[in-house]
Design a protein around this ligand. Structure first.
Ligand code: SF4
Length: 389
């Protein structure tokens, strides 16, 4: 990070530029240390404040009792701790909890916590909308608005823990795993996503192991090549097709970075890891009559033979504007069997949160619809307008 960027993030006024309050929620350990050094404070203040924010869930400087009174009074002038705002929460009968979160500028993103046994996986968004327009994706249909900041990304972890009132409550870990698999393509928001993932792994923040944090990409190859040098998180790749002709239709970025380049980049990423026993998760959404035939499975088995991987099959979840159908259970098990017979470890993602809009991007679509209806009612002078909350 450049000095100018550090100064800007720290919210310290430079000649001729307006001061912007730094949102300390999104600062990595080195950035937080730089922030306090620039204030003329000792580096250890960074550790104290990170623990207050990420371990204790404290957002008011006045409550940080181990800081000096003078520092507690000064901090609100130059900084803030501002998590994103929850505008809607849905709880499924199976324990899945989904939030629609409003970020600065009014955009909405989704965050989902999926409990399973002793694990609870948080699916985190990285952008408001997405520019890649995969043909089976609800988020892609909403277009792209902007990248999330590091504070807005890590803020989703913060709010999930806060939502269960679980900061320092002794209830155990609410979030055990994180997948960067929500709205947006994380590698198109590289710096902010890397900063947020650094915080997920940092003991002064959430202290998750690198195996429990997964970045899922649709295949932005140059950025994946770059990631190999700066991160050791687990990797998932959204493949969805066994050949370029089909993938060009389903995942348009494939026209720029075809499958061979993507798999080369995945192999390089794995080769750069210190732990050689790790594998890539290959995500494959099964769409009825499109990519779910046994010949597709056989082609996939050949395609992946040089990649250390496991395969996660995801039966397509329908959503209102979609032209695709969910495959039959028989088609899914036939596809699964071909891959298992070829020697792969294959899981089938069970549908979770069926009663609360299972497809990614749906909850936000619904909240946006309600907001628009609300605006229409207001424009018509109807005082019974439907509110977002
Ligand atoms: S699947 Fe992922 S990359 Fe593709 S449009 Fe949806 S959010 Fe974007």
């Amino acid at each position: 990070m450049s000095e100018a960027a550090t100064v800007q993030q720290a919210g310290i006024r430079q000649a001729g530029t307006p001061a912007v309050k730094a949102n300390l929620l999104g600062l990595t350990r080195p950035q937080m240390e730089a922030f306090f050094l620039q204030l003329g404070e000792k580096k250890f203040r960074a550790q104290q404040v990170m623990k207050w924010i990420h371990h204790a869930g404290v957002t008011r400087f006045e409550d940080m009792t181990n800081l000096s009174r003078a520092l507690r009074e000064r901090l609100p002038e130059v900084a803030e701790i501002r998590p994103p705002e929850v505008v809607s929460q849905q709880d499924s009968g199976d324990g899945t909890r989904k939030w629609a979160v409003r970020v600065e500028g009014g955009g909405l993103v989704e965050t989902v916590l999926i409990p399973a046994g002793d694990r609870a996986t948080l699916c985190v968004s990285s952008q408001v909308g997405c520019s890649l327009d995969c043909s089976f994706c609800s988020t892609g249909k909403q277009g792209f608005q902007r990248d999330l900041t590091a504070a807005e990304i890590i803020g989703q972890v913060w709010l999930a823990i806060d939502s269960y009132d679980a900061f320092q409550s002794g209830k155990g870990r609410i979030v055990t795993n994180v997948v960067m698999m929500g709205m947006g393509e994380p590698l198109l928001n590289f710096d902010n996503v890397v900063s947020a993932m650094d915080l997920m792994l940092d003991d002064l923040a959430y202290g998750l192991s690198k195996r429990r944090v997964t970045l899922s990409t649709s295949g932005v190859v140059p950025a994946l090549d770059r990631l190999a040098g700066v991160s050791e998180v687990s990797l998932a790749v959204s493949l969805h097709a066994p050949n370029d002709a089909l993938r060009d239709q389903l995942v348009p970025i494939n026209r720029k970075y075809p499958i061979a380049e993507l798999l080369r980049s995945c192999r390089d990423y794995m080769a750069a890891q210190s732990d050689r026993n790790r594998v890539v998760t290959v995500e494959y959404t099964l769409i009825a009559g499109v990519n779910d035939q046994p010949e597709h499975a056989r082609e996939l088995a050949v395609l992946l033979r040089d990649l250390p991987c496991k395969i996660n099959l995801i039966p397509f979840n329908t959503f209102p504007q979609s032209e695709y159908e969910r495959p039959s259970g028989r088609a899914v098990s036939r596809f699964w069997q071909v891959l298992v017979d070829a020697g792969y470890i294959v899981t089938v993602r069970t549908t979770r949160g069926d009663d609360i809009d299972a497809a990614c991007g749906q909850l936000v679509g619904q909240v946006v619809d309600r907001t628009r209806r609300s605006e229409r009612y207001r424009a018509g002078g109807d005082t019974q307008a439907i509110e977002v909350m």
